[in-house]
Design a protein around this ligand. Structure first.
Ligand SMILES: [Zn+2]
Length: 89
């Protein structure tokens, strides 16, 4: 995990959450916490999750994009940023 890329991805997700209201801003923070603690993979033992679906209570009961799905998005953006740096963009 490249921390600089991770924080850039996190800030972009937070900006998007604030601007669109599509995600709970607190869940973006919780997603960062999962990624920083390297705990996303261990959550796969508890819940089945993807970019748009999760079977955790937050997604199922509160009907919102949960921290697990947001963490996947932030991780994907992190990987894209790392690749952009590698290519010198
Ligand atoms: Zn979830």
């Amino acid at each position: 995990m490249n921390l600089s890329a991770l924080f850039t991805a996190y800030n972009q997700a937070k900006w998007y959450a604030k601007r669109t209201g599509e995600f709970d801003v607190g869940n973006v923070d919780r997603a960062l916490g999962l990624l920083m603690a390297h705990r996303l993979d261990e959550k796969r033992g508890e819940y089945a999750f993807g970019f748009r679906h999760c079977d955790c209570p937050d997604a199922q009961i509160r009907k919102r994009t949960c921290k697990h799905s947001i963490a996947l998005m932030v991780q994907k953006r992190h990987d894209e940023i790392v690749e952009e740096i590698r290519r010198g963009e």
